[in-house]
Write a protein that binds this ligand. Structure first.
Ligand code: T1G
Length: 699
């Protein structure tokens, strides 16, 4: 794990623990021993600590966290890192960190404890701990402010974003930037010219301006005040930083350890770790060897509506040549104009160069003649969500493209078996369900049927990874994973309206629960017509879902489809996405309530949350019972990536597991008595063992 080399008076210690040089406690102990050895090695005038070209290190080994069962374990872990890095800092010989690739979390803290730092071009520096719901535990909250000052340090610690090598040089995080291949030579030259042993912990020049410090801390307080109460890491970071600046380095270290322990004990942090792991698990798909797979080099997309346009942009941005077809030339123009505007926006933000933007657009061919798609290896159908429209498009595509081509539908709900009826080669139809906006949303449901040859499913899963998406393999069934849960949830929200609850408290409750937006703001964005259409498909397959949500049906009948028509459940000023009360909707809601003899009757936030979230939970357990995904955590990953459900909830299945499945079953049974069979718990909940064990700190 630590490669020890003496090279002309320099002791080079190289972290060597693939794939990302994660710093396990074992590696840390080995590093400590190696530094001690170099410290007394007469051949070594100075020490260089380095790693691999793509990863100096991804930080502390998250696998070690699984063994963290108690607060004492967490204390011990943080103290071990802190003491190891303090010993390194006290080394009698100059220690220089030669950094390349990713330098994250505990790895950056290791570099901060070195006396000097140089970086290869292309390196990335970050303290992502806050994204895992923890504060750094290896001295980062103390050394970072002392090296780069409070504003830069708080930015890195509270947001967890990575910065580039030039930015790191600018804030003083590193002392030099050089080409990767010159890293060791630059280290040698710097150690020869200035063999410094400057201890970051003793530096005060960047934190001695007390009024400036107070101003930075006060500004950070307001940021932290806005963060979710469940996620305490921003607060513990601020407490540790403030203690270290206003009291002492050692007091700051103690506050850092305490904060680390408090974070580790929270459910929110446990769930963030669960989602981190679940995401990596989801990527592990048993794929047959690629030899049996068709190559996908050229792609055709049929339909340049909202989804088609987003899919085309995602593909050409991922270096895939695309032929985009739409029978309506105006739709083609609108689509390409949208892509141009989106790319121009990224150029304006400095995220893309003009040349790259032009390169991306060059990969796009617009077609008004279907025959132009003949050479495509993959044809993606992204036309309107209607069975007949999709079927005729699929059979047209079959006529045009070769028998070897894969045909994929971007349907969000319709069974592929129904879409394949009438196709000449139905076995080559799969689902490739992107999420809106497709150019940004990471999730893709890759849907396979009984008849799907494994090689085709594998080819699409690999293809989705190739274009930078997070694919989840799903067995074909109406609604697949996300919409199977989301549509009943949205429908239930409309039933709460009928029952007398107002839209605003329902939306507020779901934002409070952890969704990026409430159900009505979401459906206004996606379109109420989509809800009515997809619900019709699900009702056909799952009659126990109950009848159509009447308020939604009436709004659609009267043309209130949501943002795209300026009004849905809410009203929208031209060019604004800010929801305003919609008197028309209020009128329809009152009429439907009257018809149901129900009146405005408030419901507590807890009741609203239980009603909506347990509706998804029950559907989730049906999905697991039907074996539609490889593992329960895949369903959680799909809901977190596909619906904006916050990762601190872990996902719908994890949430139920945290509530306790006995309790969930009892609540569902009670709700089914009031609301009907859509809440009746399924077989999987009949003998509920804990489905997803808690990663650490058993409750
Ligand atoms: N520990 C253990 N394994 C890790 C790991 C880590 N920190 N980071 C990545 N892996 C594994 C990952 O599970 C996968 O394994 C493989 O590496 C490739 O990862 C004391 C407390 C580094 C940007 O939060 O953000 O330091 O699935 O598929 O897309 O204060 O992984 O192949 O078996 O994600 O190229 C802080 C977490 C730790 C960084 C690479 N560090 N990692 O992304 O590949 S806490 C982080 C990442 C800490 C100190 C504190 C990303 C990546 P497998 P990958 P990638």
């Amino acid at each position: 794990m630590i490669d020890y080399q003496i090279d002309d008076g320099l002791c080079v210690l190289r972290l060597d623990s693939p794939p990302v040089n994660a710093i396990s406690l074992a590696l840390l102990a080995e590093l400590r021993a190696a530094v001690r050895r170099a410290g007394s090695d007469p051949q070594a005038r100075a020490i260089v600590i380095t790693g691999g070209p793509s990863h100096f290190s991804a930080g502390a080994d998250l696998a070690d966290f699984r063994a963290t069962r108690t607060a004492a374990d967490a204390q011990r872990m943080a103290r071990t890192f802190q003491e190891a890095f303090a010993e390194l800092e006290d080394c009698e010989k100059p220690v220089l960190a030669a950094l390349a690739g990713k330098v994250l979390g505990g790895a950056l803290e290791l570099a901060l404890a070195c006396h000097q730092r140089i970086a290869a071009e292309g390196s990335q520096f970050g303290m992502p701990e806050v994204k895992l719901g923890i504060n750094p535990g290896a001295g980062g909250t103390q050394r970072l402010p002392r090296l780069v000052g409070l504003p830069a340090a708080l930015g890195l610690l509270l947001w967890g974003q990575s910065i580039s090598a030039p930015s790191a040089l600018k804030i003083g995080l590193v002392d030099r930037v050089c080409p990767g291949e010159a890293l060791l030579d630059t280290a040698r030259e710097l150690l020869a010219s200035s063999p410094l042993r400057r201890k970051t912990r003793e530096r005060t020049d960047m934190i001695q301006d007390r009024p400036a410090n107070s101003a930075s801390l006060a500004q950070a307080e307001s940021t932290v005040a806005a963060s979710r109460p469940e996620i305490i890491a921003p607060r513990t970071i601020l407490t540790a930083v403030r203690t270290g600046v206003e009291d002492s380095f050692d007091a700051g270290l103690a506050a850092e350890r305490d904060g680390f322990c408090q974070c580790m004990a929270t459910r929110a942090t446990q769930n963030k770790f669960y989602v981190f792991e679940a995401l990596r698990q989801a990527a592990k798909i048993d794929l047959p060897d690629a030899t049996a797979e068709p190559t996908i080099a050229r792609v055709a997309v049929i339909g340049m509506g909202t989804m088609g346009t987003g899919i085309v942009q995602a593909l050409i941005t991922a270096a895939i040549p695309v032929v985009a077809f739409d029978e309506n030339p105006a739709a083609l123009e609108r689509g390409v104009a949208k892509i141009r505007a989106s790319l121009a926006g990224r150029v304006a933000q400095g995220k893309l160069s003009d040349a790259r933007a032009a390169e991306i657009l060059d990969r796009l061919t617009l077609a008004t003649d279907l025959r132009q798609m003949a050479g495509a290896d993959l044809v993606i159908e992204a036309v309107f969500e209607d069975l007949a429209v999709k079927r005729s498009t699929l059979s047209l595509a079959e006529e045009i493209c070769s028998a070897e081509s894969i045909i994929a539908s971007n349907t969000s709900t319709i069974s592929l078996d129904r879409l394949a009826e009438g196709m000449r080669h139905p076995q080559r139809l799969l689902g490739l369900h992107f999420f809106n906006p497709a150019q940004h949303m990471p999730l893709v449901e890759v849907i396979h049927r009984e008849a799907t040859p494994p090689g085709l499913a594998a080819a699409l899963l690999r293809f989705a990874k190739r274009i930078g998406k997070k694919p989840i393999p799903v067995k074909n069934r109406e609604g697949f994973l996300v919409n199977r849960l989301l549509i009943p949830y949205l429908k239930e929200a409309f039933w709460l309206l009928e029952a007398g609850v107002e839209p605003e408290p329902i939306d507020r409750a779901m934002v409070q629960f952890g969704f990026a937006m409430g159900p009505f703001v979401l459906i206004d964005m996606a379109g109420l017509d989509i809800l009515v259409l997809t619900d019709a498909v699900l009702r056909g397959a799952f009659p126990h879902h109950g009848g159509p949500p009447e308020i939604a049906v009436r709004l659609v009948q009267q043309g209130h489809l949501g943002q795209k028509t300026g009004s849905g459940v809410y009203r929208y000023e031209k060019g604004s996405h800010q929801p305003q009360p919609n008197p028309v909707a209020a009128g329809i809601i009152a009429e439907v309530r009257q018809g149901r003899r129900s009146f405005a009757s408030p419901m507590s936030e807890g009741e609203i949350t239980e009603r909506l979230v347990l509706r998804m939970v029950n559907e989730a357990f049906s999905v697991l019972e039907e074996g539609l995904c490889q593992r329960p955590s895949d369903l959680d990953v799909a809901m977190v990536l596909g619906t904006g459900l916050a990762d601190f909830r872990g996902g719908v299945v994890k949430y139920a597991s945290d509530l306790g499945l006995e309790h969930v079953r009892a609540r569902l049974t009670a709700l089914s008595a009031d609301c009907g069979p859509r809440y009746a718990p399924g077989k999987l909940l009949e003998n509920p063992q804990s489905l997803i064990p808690n990663p650490f700190f058993p409750s």
